[in-house]
Ligand binder design. Structure first.
Ligand SMILES: C[S@@+](CC[C@H](N)C(=O)[O-])C[C@H]1O[C@@H](n2cnc3c(N)ncnc32)[C@H](O)[C@@H]1O
Length: 281
């Protein structure tokens, strides 16, 4: 699904890392579901997605329950829905607000694009096909709307967090990153396996995957290069892949018997423009 900050292009790299050691009788949880672009790629029995965005969650939940996705949305319809969202199915509002908007930004302006012959593209139809690809990965999941702080996360869950990045603009409200990291550390103390996508993390978190990317958070700020990273303090029952202090460069070393960490994967292929957040999914 077209969504600002989508992890669609990274999902195939980071899901195997996150799921290594996941206990199938426990929950896989995403407190920052967004467009569900990671979530729908995770193949486990118990999945819970949450977000503060009522319309994004409504769209994904409706999709999971068989909602028919529109294959066309005119600019007039887009503007009508934007002016009176209360008069429409929240799933349709979500479709218009995110999937039919520039860069997947909430009501970021009607998305107009042309093909190589300068003919207008039917962006709604393209997005409809993308949503169809996500549908099977959403069926049977639990969905909630609200702050991550209000989630009652069961002990032993695998929690993947993709919060608004510290210091970035574009989201509706400001996000307290320190409060977020404190909350993550409480989850770890409560026996959860926690993974976080961020550019930086507090010292006790370890980067286990990284890839340079070109992001475009808003059409005003233009593109920006950065390095996507996945951090964790994974705690699992068995001991594997723990280095002895003499491992090859890039191999993660860790001393505690109670922790197992996967080796950091440096994927140094620079994302092309087509691979950027401007064209998620
Ligand atoms: C980077 S996006 C997630 C993108 C998602 N991983 C994907 O691939 O589509 C971050 C999300 O965090 C949500 N968010 C921001 N503050 C939140 C909060 N306090 N609690 C829960 N979700 C929040 C935003 O609405 C946004 O959808």
């Amino acid at each position: 699904m077209r969504y600002m900050g989508s992890k669609a292009r990274h999902a195939k790299h980071i899901t195997p890392i996150i799921l290594e050691g996941h206990n199938e009788s426990h929950w896989y949880i995403e407190p920052f579901l967004g467009g569900g672009n990671m979530f729908s790629c995770v193949d486990v029995a118990l999945k819970w997605g949450n977000d503060t965005s009522y319309y994004a969650v409504s769209l994904l939940e409706a999709l999971s329950k068989g909602w028919s996705v529109p294959t066309f949305l005119s600019e007039d319809e887009y503007n009508l829905i934007k002016e009176h969202p209360e008069g429409y199915d929240p799933a349709l509002v979500g479709f218009a607000a995110y999937c039919c908007s520039y860069a997947g930004k909430f009501w970021g302006g009607y998305w107009r694009a042309s093909n190589s012959k300068s003919e207008p593209r039917n962006c709604a139809s393209e997005q409809s096909r993308n949503l169809e690809k996500q549908r099977s990965g959403l069926i049977g999941s639990k969905f909630t709307v609200g702050s991550y702080l209000d989630m009652d996360i069961p002990v032993g869950s695998t929690v993947y967090c993709d919060p608004p990045y510290a210091g970035t603009t574009g989201y509706q409200s400001c996000f307290d990153s320190q409060e977020f990291w404190d909350w993550c550390e409480c989850l770890v103390d409560n026996g959860c396996r926690v993974f976080v996508s961020e550019y930086e993390a507090p010292e006790c978190w370890t980067c286990v995957w990284e890839k340079p990317v070109t992001n475009s958070l808003t059409k005003d700020t233009g593109s920006k290069k950065g390095t996507e990273k996945l951090f964790t303090t994974v705690r699992v029952g068995r001991k594997n892949r723990v280095g002895n202090g003499n491992g090859p460069a890039g191999q993660l070393e860790f001393n505690s018997e109670s922790y197992t960490l996967v080796p950091v994967v440096h994927d140094m292929t620079y994302a092309s423009r087509d691979d950027s957040d401007e064209i998620p999914f």
